[in-house]
Write a protein that binds this ligand. Structure first.
Ligand code: HEC
Ligand code: HEC
Length: 276
């Protein structure tokens, strides 16, 4: 999806919200696409909400890809899928080393997402129309309270400092994925010059007592590599080091991911959207 396309989204959402407020159903679903795809409409409707909440921030509101993730509508894996045999394992396990997180969804949720993706690819193939879920459904004042109390967000962030204007910087889908998964590896790579932000660092201590610190390049069970302040690359076998300490500035975010309820997520996004 193009950048200008992303910027238009909030207006589309406002329009849909206005339509809902008038007590009318938004022109929903592309019933023909659902019928044609032979998926259960209830599963597709649930999948639509789940997609908006968990996936749209990276894969784009319509599944056509975003700065952090590929197009799912043209994905061969999605197109070749039957009954979730190919898609479900990717959602279940993620591909954490490639920027696709493991999301701890339940099997019924995964099945609903598979149904939604099938309808999307069917609609794309049949020029069907489809309207997309809304991510700004929460209560901003509850989000604000969570920010300052339970979520402890205020211990690291300030809405008049680093997060000032964040609601104007991103469309609501991207904003939600930014706060849920900041520093996604692929996005960091795409960020180029900004990639210094929030990179894990590592300190390796050698048996001689010498220690070398820098930006973490790679780590596994056997080896660790880093780039020091002068830009020099160092690589060590881990059994040759007495200590390897990794400091990940995003650890708090990763740890928190499992603690939010659906309501917390919706309320927080609704609050962040107001920070214009
Ligand atoms: C933080 C960003 C992010 C989120 C959130 C995310 N994905 Fe992904 N997803 C990715 C990236 C990056 C890849 C590509 C990984 C690779 O290169 O193998 C990917 C790959 C995939 C693939 C495989 C596509 C292919 O052709 O191989 C599927 C299917 C998929 N995601 C579905 C989902 C669904 C469904 C959700 C929501 C439940 C979701 N993703 C949430 C980033 C994300
Ligand atoms: C222990 C510190 C810590 C806590 C607690 C924390 N964050 Fe973060 N947050 C970070 C760091 C570090 C980054 C990465 C900043 C960067 O890339 O420069 C980040 C990034 C973000 C971003 C992305 C900013 C951008 O411009 O892309 C948002 C939004 C955000 N956090 C919101 C939250 C919210 C909401 C909470 C509470 C639920 C929270 N954070 C709790 C440390 C924290």
């Amino acid at each position: 999806m193009s950048r200008s396309g992303l910027r238009c989204l909030p207006r589309v959402l406002l329009f849909l919200m206005a339509v809902c407020a008038l007590g009318q159903e938004p022109a929903s679903v592309g019933a023909a696409a659902v019928a044609g795809s032979k998926e259960d409409p209830a599963a597709v409707a649930r999948g639509d909400k789940l997609y908006a909440q968990y996936c749209a921030g990276c894969h784009g509101a319509s599944g056509k890809g975003g700065p952090g993730a590929p197009d799912l509508i043209r994905s061969l894996l999605v197109l070749d899928d039957e009954k979730g045999i190919l898609i479900a394992p990717v959602i279940r396990e993620g591909r954490p080393d490639k920027g696709m997180p493991k999301l701890n969804l339940t099997e019924p949720q995964i099945a609903d997402l598979v149904a939604w993706l099938h309808v999307r690819t069917y609609a794309a193939g049949h020029r069907g129309t489809y309207t997309f879920g809304n991510v700004v459904t929460g209560d901003a004042s509850k989000g604000q309270a969570y920010f300052n109390t339970t979520g402890k967000c205020a211990s690291c962030h300030s809405v008049t400092g680093d997060l000032k204007g964040i609601g104007a910087k991103y469309d609501s889908f991207s904003l939600q994925s930014r706060w849920l998964y900041p520093g996604n590896a692929r996005r960091r790579r795409n960020a180029g010059a900004n990639s210094k932000r929030a990179t894990p660092t590592v300190t390796v201590t050698l048996p001689s007592g010498e220690s070398i610190s820098g930006k973490l390049d790679r780590i596994d069970d056997f080896a660790v590599s880093l780039i020091d302040a002068s830009g020099a690359f160092h690589s060590f076998f881990r059994d040759g080091a007495t200590r390897v300490e990794v400091h990940d500035p995003l650890k708090a975010h990763k740890d928190m991911l499992g603690t939010y309820s659906d309501a917390d997520i919706h309320n927080m996004t609704a609050y962040l959207v107001t920070l214009k």
